[in-house]
Design a protein around this ligand. Structure first.
Ligand SMILES: [Zn+2]
Length: 281
């Protein structure tokens, strides 16, 4: 029976710096380290591949409520509004981390030629038939896309799950057209709420569910805009846009929503953010 964890990292798994230190330990008894060089935080030791494979085989729940779907649609609208500022003409897109397919279908409706990828083959193949789309699964580095090159790679809330984010971004780089764009949405470990909780925990004033905001049940890397920018730089991308991700609230009063998005969410770092980056070399 393989273990739940890999051997501990001695160097930063992103920038390979030896300058890493223990930063926090959460209530799930996972240790979190931080790199002094690139600023990324990561679980150390990290879950083994065997553990993660088993976990992701049961990850996509078959039941999506209407509310969840409506929230996903609102997220799509927000994300593609930003993407289309840089890419007014739609081309080939890869949805990396297909999930239940909502984002890919939305993009196809907007005129993109969409292909998809997700890690678990059983779930993904079933979805591919339903969606009538070129959908791949398994070991990403072994996939053969033929002559296909992507103008846009869309990775919504997947980078925080990946064990080697630098290698993945480099592989994205190799299957993209020159000057293609990459969208990445991730949780923000420097969110205002998480920073307050972290401080209270370090002061011993908060003792319940310590570090819950790490979501270390399945998240293994913890980014903020600065550390994600460095990762992008290291893998041949130039950051062109970053934004707080507005919390989807499809049924909120339109006036209240306007205030929330244009005042509250402009003033403080929310729980998630997204970036758009361009392939440069
Ligand atoms: Zn680093």
């Amino acid at each position: 029976m393989p273990g739940k964890f890999d051997k501990k990292y001695e160097i930063c798994p992103v920038c390979r710096s030896v300058s890493i230190h223990h930063y926090h330990a959460d209530y799930r008894e996972n240790d979190i380290d931080k790199c002094d060089q690139c600023g990324v935080q990561f679980m150390n030791p990290v879950y083994s591949d065997a553990y993660l494979t088993d976990y992701y085989a049961g990850y996509i729940t078959p039941e999506y409520t209407q509310k969840t779907l409506d929230e996903q649609h609102e997220v799509c609208q927000q994300n593609f509004k930003a993407i289309h500022r840089f890419m007014p003409d739609q081309g080939e897109m890869l949805d990396f981390g297909l999930g239940n397919g909502t984002y890919a279908l939305h993009a196809r409706d907007l005129g993109w030629q969409v292909s998809g990828y997700d890690v678990d083959c059983a779930t993904t193949e079933e979805l591919a038939k339903k969606m009538n789309m070129d959908v791949r699964c398994g070991d990403f580095d072994k996939l053969d896309w033929g002559d296909k090159k992507f103008d846009l790679i869309y990775a919504h809330h997947v980078m925080e799950h990946l064990k080697d984010p630098l290698a993945r971004l480099k592989s994205f780089h190799s299957i993209m057209n020159e000057e293609g764009y990459l969208y990445i949405g991730v949780p923000n470990i420097s969110a205002w709420g998480s920073r307050i909780k972290f401080l209270l925990e370090k002061l011993g004033l908060k003792k319940n569910k310590i570090g819950r905001y790490y979501d270390s049940e399945h998240h293994i890397f913890y980014y903020n805009p600065a550390s994600l920018s460095k990762l992008l730089q290291m893998s041949g991308f130039k950051l062109v846009y970053k934004s707080n991700a507005s919390k989807p609230k499809p049924y909120q009063n339109i006036f209240i929503k306007f205030l929330r998005q244009n005042v509250k969410e402009k003033l403080s770092a929310g729980v998630a953010f997204f970036v758009i980056a361009q392939k440069i070399d």
